[in-house]
Design a protein around this ligand. Structure first.
Ligand code: ZN
Length: 228
């Protein structure tokens, strides 16, 4: 279940947060330093819309990439989004956390599946993983051009065509659902996955939206995961 914590302005998944794990999907209201404490190191990648995954360690300075994982008990790993899909991962048994950011490019490159493979390489078992898909632009608003539609139809030919939607003769894509289906394809079951049902562009009160607010990107939401 996805719950809004009004006091600190985050949405969080009850599948991830417990005595050991603390995570949140940011809103306009989120002030991360106040939430996690000023003495915690906050780590963020230079996001490049890739499928590059980085393991956090204390030698990391500014690195490029769009996925990150760690078993470090002190660092807060984060991604910034404003319409793109933030995804948070936790191996409840091996105590590993991860986070990734995927727009259309990362989704097409199957970054979320690569994150799961990364966990498997660390000897995680699929059954111990919990994943939360955060607020992103919905299929109500995510209009794509014909060329991009073609790319997705080829890459995800075996997926349900309900990830695409046509209204007013224009193609729309359900990014969040497409990432969900990628997780299902990796062997997770629906009980292990939480997702956020609203659209960042439609819900101006809570979220920044690149598609709504335009360039230059003024503000983004900070999404994070850390050990409690
Ligand atoms: Zn919308």
């Amino acid at each position: 279940m996805m719950i809004y914590d009004k006091k600190i302005g985050i949405y969080f998944s009850t599948k991830i947060n417990d005595n050991d794990f603390f995570s949140g999907f940011g809103t306009k209201k989120t002030k991360l330093k106040q939430i996690v404490g000023r003495d915690r190191r906050i780590f963020q990648l230079k996001q490049i819309h890739s499928d590059k995954i980085v393991c956090f360690n204390y030698l990391n300075k500014q690195e490029e990439g769009d996925g990150m994982y760690t078993n470090d008990k002190h660092v807060v790993i984060t991604v910034q989004t404003a319409d793109c899909v933030p995804i948070i991962y936790a191996d409840k048994k091996k105590k590993i956390i991860g986070i990734s950011h995927q727009g259309w490019k990362g989704t097409q490159l199957r970054l979320t599946q690569k994150m799961i493979r990364q966990f498997l390489n660390l000897n995680s078992m699929i059954k111990d993983l919990r994943v939360a898909i955060g607020p992103s632009i919905g299929s109500c608003c995510y209009n794509i051009d014909e060329e991009r539609l073609k790319i997705f139809k080829v890459e995800f030919a075996s997926y349900p065509q309900s990830v695409f939607d046509i209204h007013l003769d224009k193609p729309f894509l359900n990014l969040s659902y497409l990432n969900y289906l990628q997780l299902i394809e990796m062997g997770l079951n629906k009980e292990q996955i939480d997702f956020f049902p609203f659209c960042t562009k439609c819900h101006e009160k809570h979220f920044y939206s690149f598609r709504r607010d335009g360039l230059p990107i003024k503000k983004e939401m900070t999404n994070f995961v850390v050990f409690s």
